[in-house]
Design a protein around this ligand. Structure first.
Ligand code: HEM
Length: 271
């Protein structure tokens, strides 16, 4: 009887140990099973770069299979690079908010937010986008690079069949650099010519004025309100301009009508 009990206790102890080990290693085991499946898929499809899972080279059709349907891993393409987003199945899985982005490169949708209409030939055609949109895509890229596993490249617009960047990719990167530079210059201009304080009222219209803390920044000068037209912009904003910059040629500045040139506040009506 005691022998049976001792065996039973041993069995119980073994079961507890196994349960603990399984609990700890469960995610790793799942990942292993997934990569075995993926390895099988690699050999099935032939074209996925062999062996090294961390730098795959996928066709559109191959990428399309990794869309989370039927328990498949979920890959997302952005700017021709592919990331494994399986761990956030709650966003990208079938039926979830961002499933549209799964198994494809739909870079343009990150800007248009059109998660319904997928036009294969246009979905990753980003060169027509304006600078702020290009910078937004670069920010999304940083997000996927830092939060998810990079898997490799998609053969197509951005990378050729050997995985080398295409002319299109180089053009995009050049545009991104230019957009970064534009943003930097705009910020420099905003530091030099900060926004005025603005208040609107029914009786008086717009009231603009300069003080030591307008434009969200403290400074040790006040300046004069002027209409400032940035070079690529037909519209103006009210900027506080230092006395020594009133004749600047780096931006177009104009005085407000009916406002003393050395007044630190002006009123105007937009008709
Ligand atoms: C251009 C528009 C948008 C794009 C491209 C976009 C895209 C995304 C993506 C890709 C994620 C997953 C983030 C991750 O992987 O960590 C996400 C998450 C999320 N987004 Fe958006 N989103 C957009 C607009 C919005 C708007 C307007 C709202 C709210 C009104 C919103 C609310 C959320 C929330 C709450 C999450 C967290 C996950 C969730 O609960 O689904 N998004 N978004």
């Amino acid at each position: 009887m005691t022998i049976i009990r001792r065996h039973f206790l041993k069995l119980q102890f073994c079961l507890v140990v196994m349960a603990v080990i399984l609990g700890i290693y469960y995610p790793k085991i799942c990942e292993q099973i997934r990569s075995i499946n993926l390895g099988k898929k690699n050999t099935d499809n032939g074209n996925l770069s062999a062996g090294n899972n961390s730098d795959l080279l996928l066709t559109k059709e191959q990428l399309n299979e990794f869309n989370g349907v039927g328990g498949q891993p979920i890959y997302l393409g952005l700017l021709g690079r592919v990331y494994d987003v399986t761990r956030d199945e709650k966003y990208y899985g079938p039926g979830c908010n961002y499933h549209f982005l799964a198994g494809r490169d739909a870079s343009v949708a990150f800007i248009t937010a059109d998660f319904k209409n997928y036009v294969e030939d246009e979905a990753d055609n980003v060169l027509a986008l304006k600078s702020p949109a290009i910078l937004s895509l670069i920010n999304w890229e940083k997000h996927y690079k830092s939060d998810y596993i990079y898997k490799g490249k998609l053969i197509g617009r951005f990378y050729d069949e050997s995985g080398h960047p295409t002319k299109y990719e180089k053009k995009f990167r050049a545009m991104a650099e230019e957009a970064e530079f534009d943003k930097y210059n705009k910020q420099k201009l905003r530091d030099k010519y900060p926004d005025c304080n603005i208040k609107w009222s029914m009786e008086k219209g717009s009231h603009v004025w300069c003080s030591g803390s307008s434009g969200g920044k403290q400074r040790n000068w006040i300046g004069y309100p002027r209409k400032l037209y940035e070079l690529d912009n037909e519209n103006f904003r009210c900027a506080c301009v230092k006395k020594e910059n009133l004749d600047t040629k780096e931006v177009v500045i104009k005085p407000y009508d009916n406002c003393e040139s050395k007044s630190q506040e002006c009123y105007y009506n937009v008709n």
